[in-house]
Design a protein around this ligand. Structure first.
Ligand code: ADP
Ligand code: MG
Length: 618
């Protein structure tokens, strides 16, 4: 066949409906793209409250309502034309984009492949404009009542593109993708009220909140406690957010959230940088959790490299890599994650000696796989796949010690007494054998093996929770010093002392300024070890400064941690059996006995099965 056989066609500009259908293929891949575009339009319109309603995973029905600026009739009609945008007019503006949208393609694309209804009203108009568009049909404009703002409804996605409609996944899968979009929006915009309803059920109902409260709503309290805050700014890059403590490694990349100027993106470069910081801290096949907000001068990035703007290019990829890796490393170091290294070494490598992988010291019965931030025992958790918030089956209703040592029936005889009154337990607890190894670890036989407690971090956990309680409930317990002492502080420390005085007092210190940079201490918390009354306050201030550097806003938490760290018994302190018993009892009366405030493990368990395996009995 030669070229002349083909009848030559004239070059023609595609009719709009066809061009839109083709463009739609790029912008609208599945229901979640529709949601994403409509939500971004709402944000661009200055919404403070957002409602998303879907049916059948968005395949049949998607409705997004905002309370933003709305449009008049002319704009509303224009908004459906391809390349119709109010957001940029010149190339310079494209170079410094600060809105989510700018290509003017979304509404045109959605209307090309779905039946769309838009209702929109500006503050100053009485009635809303209603526009119905579907495929090639001419838009129909009417009027109706509507609150200020805009509602866009997209029905029967790909009704006119059967090939694509066929490729839509199950309702569940499409729901999950939409859930991700809403979740990311919720994270990036804590100030935004969000309601998300799927098939008549509320998935999210979020009030405007601060970042941390929003994260607790989205991920749950326990997951947030497993996050280490990070913050660092340079001339060209600002980073804030959280990285996960190593023991809460994820089984997939789904716990990795990166926002570039509040836009969710995927960056291999940044993921890789974070990974390098966790080297040797995570087992093979697990991924670190991170949630980072990058702020970069819009001139220095290109968000226009991907149709749905999910990837971005930095003009200094290597610089970003170095910066992020260093930041993560520093945060992990400061959080005390690094010393826990040996507990997470690879058990197969020849040089590591006696180490455990998380699988071998899995806490929960039947908890065979690696743990993730969502696997915290006995608490509600967010299923990263379905987004469902559930109470963990199997461990719900179990006490912490049951989770740790197995069901009560099988461990009753030797389980440590879990009671808030240490002495009572000590009297009757003769069946619980305890011994101290190198003045550092407490060993105890349990029904199915042996439990090892790190005495310092165990005490830290106890004191940390006690400090938080004192802050909250104001029940300080103080011991008066026979010989009040004075400490001389540097001017900086003295200023810090004055700033923190309410917290210091709440902990049980009777301390007050005494001369220019001098503090008079007349009483200390009862938990302070005899002989440490003199230096303890200064040590706490030192420690506080270090924590404050990494989490500047967490005053109470830093204070509680500093107090716990400095007042706790040390590795190297010999303990009597009674003291060990009391420590264990108090530990298991805390809300979180197995992780210290910095995220280090407090308790390890080696099962007899594991020992049998290692001695070749099995
Ligand atoms: P883009 O967001 O890239 O500008 P869209 O097709 O998403 O393109 O929207 C076209 C235009 O319609 C926007 O620039 C904006 O002016 C207007 N618009 C779309 N959605 C809304 C909304 N929810 N509220 C107010 N204006 C909107
Ligand atoms: Mg848009």
């Amino acid at each position: 066949m030669t070229a002349t056989d083909t009848p030559r066609r004239r070059v023609a500009v595609l009719p709009d409906h066809l061009a839109n259908k083709i463009a739609a293929g790029e912008v609208i891949q599945r229901p979640d793209s529709v949601v994403k575009e409509l939500v971004e339009n709402a944000l661009d319109a200055g919404a403070t409250s957002l409602q998303v309603v879907i049916r059948e995973g968005g395949k049949d029905y998607i409705q997004v309502t905002d309370d933003g600026v709305g449009m008049d009739e002319q704009d509303a009609v224009l908004s459906f034309l391809r390349h119709a945008t109010s957001k940029i007019a010149t190339y310079d503006e494209l170079e410094a984009i600060t809105t989510y949208g700018f290509r003017g393609e979304a509404l045109a694309s959605i209307a090309a492949v779905a039946q769309v209804t838009m209702k929109t009203r500006r503050q100053e108009d009485d009635m809303a404009v209603v526009i119905k568009v579907a495929g090639e049909a001419r838009p129909v404009v009417t009027r109706d009542a509507h609150a200020r703002g805009t509602t866009v409804i997209a029905q029967n996605l790909f009704f006119n593109v059967p090939a694509r409609r066929k490729f839509l996944k199950s309702t569940n899968t499409e729901f999950r993708h939409i859930f991700d979009v809403i979740q990311r929006t919720a994270i990036a915009h804590p100030e935004l009220a969000i309601e998300f309803i799927s098939d008549g059920e509320a998935v999210f109902r979020l009030k405007p909140a601060g970042m941390e409260d929003r994260l607790i709503e989205v991920f749950g309290q326990r997951a947030v406690e497993a996050m280490i805050p990070v913050q660092e700014t340079t001339d060209f890059l600002g980073v804030t957010g959280y990285i996960g403590k190593p023991q809460f490694g994820q089984r997939s990349r789904s716990g990795q959230y990166l926002f570039l100027n509040k836009r969710f993106i995927v960056s291999r470069n940044v993921s890789h940088a974070i990974h390098t910081a966790y080297e040797h801290l995570l087992t093979k096949g697990s991924f670190p959790f991170f949630l980072l907000f990058l702020e970069i001068d819009p001139h220095r990035i290109d968000v226009n490299v991907h149709p749905s703007k999910m990837e971005a290019k930095f003009d200094d990829e290597q610089g970003v890599h170095r910066f992020i890796a260093a930041l993560a490393r520093k945060a992990l170091g400061a959080a005390g994650a690094v010393p826990a290294l040996s507990a997470y070494g690879d058990v197969e490598s020849p040089d590591v000696g006696f180490r455990f992988t998380p699988r071998q010291h899995a806490w929960g019965p039947g908890d065979a796989g690696g743990r993730s931030a969502w696997d915290l025992p006995g608490r509600e958790e967010v299923n990263p796949v379905t987004g469902e918030i559930t109470s963990r089956t199997g461990t719900a209703g179990m006490s912490q010690s049951e989770i740790l040592f197995g069901p009560a029936a099988s461990v009753d005889a030797v389980r440590p007494q879990v009671t808030a009154t240490p002495l009572a337990a000590a009297d009757e607890g003769a069946s619980l054998l305890l011994w101290q190894l190198h003045d550092r670890y407490i060993f105890s036989q349990i029904r199915n093996g042996v439990m090892i407690v790190d005495q310092h971090v165990a005490h830290e956990r106890i004191l940390y929770e006690r400090a938080l309680e004192m802050f909250e409930k104001g029940m300080r317990s103080s011991q008066q010093l026979l010989f009040p002492c004075t400490i001389d502080l540097s001017p900086g420390d003295f200023a810090l002392f004055e700033e923190l005085l309410p917290h210091i007092a709440a902990l049980g210190f009777d301390a007050k300024p005494f001369g220019k940079h001098t503090v008079l201490v007349e009483g200390v918390p009862v938990d302070v070890k005899p002989g440490h009354e003199q230096g303890i306050l200064q040590e706490i201030l030192e420690q506080y400064k270090e924590y404050q550097h990494h989490a500047p806003t967490e005053v109470r938490d830093n204070m509680a941690k500093a107090y716990a760290c400095r007042s706790a018994i040390k590795a190297g302190d010999p303990l009597t059996e009674k003291e060990m018993r009391s420590l264990i009892d108090q530990l298991f009366a805390t809300s979180m006995p197995y992780v210290c405030p910095h995220g280090r493990p407090v308790v390890l368990r080696i099962s007899t099965d594991e020992l049998d395996r290692r001695f070749g009995r099995k």
